[in-house]
Design a protein around this ligand. Structure first.
Ligand SMILES: O=C(O)CCC(=O)C(=O)O
Length: 257
């Protein structure tokens, strides 16, 4: 957590330690037993942000308990084609020969979470769409910021919440390093949407759409990127931006030329 005196409640930079995550599994389990195993998604969300606040106060940092970014295609036995078939669909620019196979972009990655495993604010490389399918397990809460509000979010994080870090690393929000309680952003006039993803649900994120979220318990999801024609202007903008800041693009300079 930054050590400047911003009156925020729950902001954490980097994930909590492995130990903190394990302790939290026990904590959540106990809360569930006390609540007769009926913690609603809203109650779980409240517990999550209380836990983040505790981690923030303790300045816990490190890696979270999240088996994320595992290269695997769990949807390959679907009758109508796997998730990867969407990325490689004839209307998807990612099937273009020049792109090749890029793990997590046009091939699937798996995310196996435990209670309160989380992913901090970020949007997809090259402003691609992402498609996330929840295969099984507990729910996952997602928060999103409208693409139109992304500049406001970036100004709030760099000027108001993390000025010192932003001074040294102007694009740190991309680094999936900031988990921020939605009310902290709402108070600063950044509009947030949220939803609960259950097993069997898809989540599609928009180009340049920041998102963060957390698991309510064990959950198993698969995700990759997608680039229909509507993505093209965003891809151009991302490529231009990466060039300006000399950031190595994950994909696409080829298909932009
Ligand atoms: O399921 C997750 O952990 C989130 C992955 C993600 O950011 C996405 O699918 O866009």
């Amino acid at each position: 957590m930054g050590d400047h005196a911003t009156p925020y409640r729950s902001i954490i930079l980097f994930a909590c330690t492995h130990r903190a995550s394990q302790a939290n599994l026990i904590y959540l389990h106990q809360r569930r037993i006390q609540a007769n195993d009926v913690l609603s998604p809203q109650a779980t969300e409240a517990e999550f942000w209380k836990w983040v606040e505790r981690c923030s106060k303790n300045k816990s940092q490190g890696k979270g308990l999240y088996a994320s970014d595992i290269e695997f295609n769990a949807s390959r036995d679907w009758k109508f084609g796997s998730l990867e078939s969407l990325s490689n669909h004839r209307h998807s620019l990612l099937r273009h020969d020049l792109v090749g196979k890029i793990p997590g972009v046009n091939t699937s990655m798996i995310y196996v979470g435990a209670a309160f495993s989380f992913f901090p604010w970020h949007y997809e490389d090259n402003m691609l769409y992402s498609l996330n399918y929840h295969h099984e397990g507990d729910s996952k809460t997602w928060y999103g910021i409208a693409v139109a509000d992304a500049p406001k979010f970036e100004t709030v994080t760099s000027k108001s919440l993390f000025p010192e870090i932003a001074g040294k690393h102007p694009h740190h929000v991309w680094a999936k390093s900031s988990l921020i309680e939605p009310s902290v952003l709402v108070e600063r006039n950044v509009k947030i949407v949220s939803c609960v993803q259950n097993s069997g649900d898809f989540i599609l994120t928009s180009p340049g759409g920041y998102h963060q979220g957390f698991c309510h318990g064990y959950c198993f999801a698969e995700a990759l990127n997608w680039a229909p024609m509507s993505w093209f202007p965003y891809g151009m903008a991302a490529t231009k931006f990466y060039r300006e800041i000399a950031f190595p693009a994950a994909v696409i300079s080829n298909i932009m030329c």
